[in-house]
Design a protein around this ligand. Structure first.
Ligand SMILES: C[S@@+](CC[C@H](N)C(=O)[O-])C[C@H]1O[C@@H](n2cnc3c(N)ncnc32)[C@H](O)[C@@H]1O
Length: 468
């Protein structure tokens, strides 16, 4: 491939971005997203009153290419509605990224890496910049007048994106270049060790939300200054004061033993997102992440009681973020998809074991999940070196691959309403999986469908229906 001088292409990239954005917004095509799943991470009788109940807001995950998601949002009332967009897109690193899972082969734990997403650009750097430029224009349209965008990148591409963002958001709206500095990563022998990412922070207007955050600043020689009117504190290291947070952030990456770790490469630390969300949103703000990966933005926004929207196009990412939110006991959220063909790469059966009254109002139904199978190992998103191991584990206990099972006890056929879930714990510790599920059903409903959804560790999904 000829080496392209990008500096000469930037003007064209900007024109392309504007043109494509206009085309998208002016097209009469209606993106056909439908509600696919309502997820309630609580037992029904313990459902929390929604924090956003005043305006009927539901947090949202879109399982789709984000360009479609943004088009949908812009055409459905979200123009100028989002206060914070954080994105952590592929970095132009020319690498594939994985999710790491631990499986037990009956004797020992084994690690398997399976493909999560690709960051390879066969059409080159110009194509990468063009795609992101269109999306940045759409994000600008989505931002509210007090909104901000944080674009997380590193040395591979950030300097080109800075120039493009100056054009898209206006140089006058550049707020900060944040350096996220960490210890993990490789060591340089012919260069200085690369130990930081760069986050570009732009606002939509001058009237943006900014809540000053404070951080510790240790005194020189760690001794007290005793300045008049300055509060000083002491910890094990020495004397310090609190100062307004600076633009170099020392936050640890998620290490192998970190409790936060969910095994998704490029997962970002909660602390990083906490700082961004607290700085650039208020309690009623909507936060969006269109390259959501393992869902850190939504998990943190949920904890901080912000409204959130996330999207990703990877099955693994969607399965991981859903499970994380469920484990965090998140408020109800909805999953949207464009109508798609049913996934038939896996299968399972359901056996009804027992059906009997359990009290005056309810009956109990015990079901068993049986015969989970992966139809074709060679189609799994894993390197062929794992095929034998996978086959071996499948023969011993195929349920080792089941990530979780959810049940909708009154399935109407339109969307899956996630009411009872049976999942393992994620990350480094895998709980055991119980194939027997006891359901409590209202007695007076004569006819009903029960839907059982099974998701495996690769993000494959299958829904089976029982007609009662
Ligand atoms: C660097 S990861 C994000 C990691 C995330 N910040 C976290 O904490 O886990 C980038 C994500 O962007 C997703 N992605 C890439 N292109 C996309 C697209 N066109 N639409 C939606 N998601 C996309 C990938 O699947 C991947 O999960």
């Amino acid at each position: 491939m000829n080496k392209v001088s990008i500096i000469n292409e930037l003007q064209e990239i900007i024109s392309y971005g504007k043109r494509e954005r206009d085309k998208i917004l002016n097209s009469s095509e209606n993106i056909n997203f439908s509600l696919y799943e309502k997820v309630t991470a609580f037992e029904e009788d313990k459902v929390r009153k929604s924090e956003h109940s005043t305006d009927n807001w539901q947090n949202k995950i879109f399982y789709a290419d984000n360009i479609k998601v943004m088009e949908f949002l812009l055409k459905n009332g979200y123009k100028g509605k989002i206060d914070l967009i954080y994105i952590d897109p592929p970095f132009f690193s020319e690498t594939n990224y994985n999710r790491r899972i631990i499986l037990n082969d009956g004797e020992k734990d084994i690690f398997i890496k399976h493909f999560a997403y690709e960051d390879r650009w066969r059409k080159g750097i110009k194509n990468y910049l063009e795609e992101l430029t269109v999306k940045l224009y759409l994000m600008r349209d989505l931002l509210s007048s007090k909104g901000s965008i944080y674009v997380h990148l590193d040395w591979h591409i950030v300097h080109y994106i800075k120039v493009l963002m100056d054009e898209i958001f206006g140089r006058e709206n550049f707020v900060n270049e944040i350096i996220w500095s960490y210890k993990s990563g490789g060591v340089g022998k012919r260069h200085f060790s690369k130990k930081h990412d760069t986050i570009l922070f732009y606002s939509k207007t001058k009237n943006y939300i900014f809540n000053v955050q404070k951080e510790k600043s240790y005194n020189r020689e760690l001794k007290p200054y005793r300045f008049k009117g300055v509060k000083e504190f002491k910890d094990d290291i020495g004397w310090y004061t609190y100062v307004n947070t600076k633009d170099v952030w020392n936050i640890d990456m998620i290490g192998r033993t970190s409790k936060e770790r969910v095994g998704y490469d490029t997962q970002k630390p909660r602390k990083l997102l906490e700082r961004i969300i607290l700085s650039s949103t208020d309690e009623n703000s909507i936060v969006a992440d269109f390259f959501a990966g393992s869902g850190t933005t939504g998990v943190v926004a949920e904890k901080l009681k912000r409204k959130w929207i996330m999207s990703d196009l990877g099955a693994t990412s969607i399965a991981v973020m859903k499970e994380r939110l469920i484990e965090e006991r998140a408020n109800r959220f909805n999953l949207y998809r464009i109508p798609h063909e049913e996934d038939d790469s896996i299968d399972f059966k359901i056996k009804i074991k027992k059906r009997c009254p359990c009290d005056f109002f309810n009956e109990c139904l015990e079901i068993e999940i049986e015969d989970y199978e992966i139809k074709d190992i060679s189609k799994l998103p894993v390197d062929r070196k794992y095929w034998l191991k996978i086959k071996d584990i499948l023969e011993k206990d195929s349920f080792e691959f089941v990530e979780y099972v959810a049940v909708d006890t009154d399935y109407k056929g339109d969307f899956f309403s996630f009411k009872q879930e049976h999942y393992r714990t994620y990350g480094n510790k895998r709980g055991s999986f119980n194939k027997n599920i006891l359901l409590k059903l209202e007695k007076n409903l004569k006819k009903r469908n029960i839907a059982v959804q099974l998701i495996d560790v690769f993000g494959n999904e299958k829904i089976k229906i029982i007609n009662l």
